[in-house]
Design a binder for this molecule. Sequence first.
Ligand code: PEP
Ligand code: MG
Length: 575
Amino acid sequence: MKTFTGIPASAGLAIGKAFVYHYDETPDIPRYNITEDETAAEWERLQKAVAQAEAEVRSLHERACREMSREQADIFQTHLMMLEDIDFLDQIRDRLEKNLQNIEWVVSDLTREVSQKLMASPDPVFRERAVDIADVSSRVINSLLHVARSRFSLAGLEEDVILAAHDLMPSEALVMDKSHVKGLVMDMGSRTSHTAILARAFNIPAVLGLSVISREVKDGQTLMLNGSSGIVVVDPNRETLVREKTGEKKYRRRTDRLAALRDLPAETKDGRRVTLKANIEFPEEAERALDYGAEGIGLYRSEFLYMMPRKAAEEEVQYEAYSRVLKAMGKLPVTIRTVDIGGDKVIPELLTVSEKNPLLGWRAIRFSLAHPDLFKLQLRAILRSGVHGNVRIMFPMISGVEEMEQALALLDEARRECKKKKQPFAGTIEAGAMIEIPSAAMTADILAEKSDFFSLGTNDLVQYSLAVDRGNEKVNYLSEFRHPAVLRFLKRTIDAAHEKGIKAAICGELAGDPSATAILVGLGLDELSMTASSIPPVKQIIRGLSFEDCKVLAGKALQARSIAEVRAVMETDSQ
Ligand code: PEP
Ligand code: MG
């Protein structure tokens, strides 16, 4: 038995057989010259690799027909057709004979050229084709290189497993067969990384940032993970299993007890009311949010819609998804965040450039403003969905007032377009700025003049103010909301909002952290938006607090000079 401690990222206990996922997205492709005599042997190798790829795709297709949507099954059908495409195979053969280079290099070189041409097309169908070609070709190359697993093995899991990986991109987490993934452990990642956010949305217990787990555990070994404590045990003994299962039962009983708070207000003993809302990534989560007593959706991360296979940016698909959430929420407000692509949320169909520093790169509002047609398509879908309920809109990663003004101008254009097309839409909707870059927090007073509300994205605000990559477990220890700089950014933003008469919310993971509740209430936040299951415990804490005491606590914390001093202030307060 071996025990590891990582970052608790999604609550719950999971016990099962490990499936170790090794996926090297960019295996090094060897490049060497061959002689004319060797071309026949290289061609033979390719034939075998294509046959193997065909067998893999055929079995995935059969499975998809049984268990997945028609759309997903069609993807594999397209891949099969590509593997049998005589023209493409002829081009490979020509190049092999002309260039006299090893076959994996020829395939990868030709694929890159074809993909780049397709990617440059304004037509999304062609861009999607580029992704398919890259996928098929990587399957063939992997088989030439004997790389055992590929990305789709996660969609093709045959039995229940605990997934152990070095890292998992959110797009990979999306395609995995959720019904078979009972738990997730990873070397990389933190509580605020997007894979953690997805694990919570899927209700899959997860422990991240374990550094070495993907090397320490072998396929088929028994793994136990506790997503609340961050403990992971390989081959647990009976005593450990009994202890963890008892703990889990207690946790469930407490959760059931808290469900009784559902219809009670989140109000301090001296009458300060705080609005508690839920963050969602998928429309289906809206109903669950209501079960936990959410008073609205404070953050709908719309980019996950774009990440679903084949959903790319169709106005009607978006309109349907947003409408579904609005209908489910009735009169309660739903804040849809415009697409936050980039960073770790790469969408190959849309983001074709590779960047050295993606977290400082072409993400979120920057991407949307650079693609006004795509952006307005989303804005129209949101405006139109507004007829079904109380919709609000917010823009991610605003760095200054120019971006806010440009986004609002495009929102106006989108309104005019709806009018011209005679499509019903919500005439007046609130538009807010996400405050997640230090420059936005510093100029919150200016931004408040252009915003109907603020929502603090503390995952990114902490990342950018402390220069700590939120997905990198090595620097996770530096990711601290108790840093005086972060507290000052929060205070400055909240005060600027209140001076202009608008509300300030937090929609980063900090909102659902019970250890932060008192200080956040004391800083004057009007709204906290979090993973739905965190609402009941946070509400219970708020109902036990005094607003006056919270203000004193926040005042003392703001005077503190270091993380340690803030910690000490908070600890003294909770005694
Ligand atoms: C944040 O940065 O706090 C936030 C809510 O947005 P995301 O986690 O999607 O970047
Ligand atoms: Mg963010």
